[in-house]
Design a protein around this ligand. Structure first.
Ligand SMILES: *[C@@H]1O[C@H](CO)[C@@H](O)[C@H](O)[C@H]1NC(C)=O
Length: 180
């Protein structure tokens, strides 16, 4: 489901514009082969271990070529889009971080603090994948996404700062169903 829409858009985009004008641009930019594989949330989450390095951990899980966002494969965009949605669910849906923190007695307990650190790492995961989604969409001609970018970048920066502030503290992941 997540796969079909971006693929369709991509194909019609190249189909409509490929012929005369895009030939030289296409040669310069190119479309990368897909580099990501569909994974479960438990595979691509970064909430375990310790706080402090969330952004680098997220980028390691989604190693797309950020120098050629226009050429990111439609299947990779679909995976990134889905990962952002799934990590949002892992925060707010039943059995997600908010529930787990409440069950641990809030963020003042040791277990709750470690879960809060995991929640912040999960926010970095959610926001960085969403920023990537927007940047790819804009680079591929979907300028309607542009208006979302600054707000998400601001939220990302503030959660990266929180993660950095907690550097070295224990961080707890949650088991959460679903795959991107
Ligand atoms: C992701 O979540 C699983 C399940 O809770 C956890 O065991 C694992 O350590 C997490 N992975 C990372 C890299 O944080």
């Amino acid at each position: 489901m997540h796969f079909s829409t971006p693929l369709t858009i991509f194909l019609s985009f190249t189909g409509a514009l490929a012929a005369p004008i895009q030939l030289s641009k296409k040669a310069a930019v190119g479309t990368s082969a897909s580099v990501l594989k569909v994974q479960t949330y438990d595979d691509f989450n970064v909430s375990g271990g310790v706080a402090g390095n969330a952004l680098a951990e997220v980028n390691a899980k989604f190693p797309i070529d950020t120098n050629n966002l226009a050429g990111v494969a439609a299947s990779d965009l679909a995976i990134i889009t889905s990962a952002a949605q799934l990590s949002e669910s892992a925060e707010t849906s039943t059995g997600g971080f908010n529930d787990a923190i409440a069950a641990a007695g809030g963020t003042t307990t040791a277990a709750g603090t470690a879960l809060q650190n995991g929640k912040i790492k999960n926010k970095v995961l959610k926001l960085q994948t969403d920023v990537l989604r927007i940047q790819i969409e804009v680079a591929q001609g979907n300028t309607g996404s542009q208006s979302e970018l600054a707000g998400q970048q601001t939220k990302l920066a503030s959660n990266v700062a929180l993660d950095t502030k907690a550097a070295g503290q224990a961080s707890t992941a949650i088991d959460f169903a679903g795959s991107d």
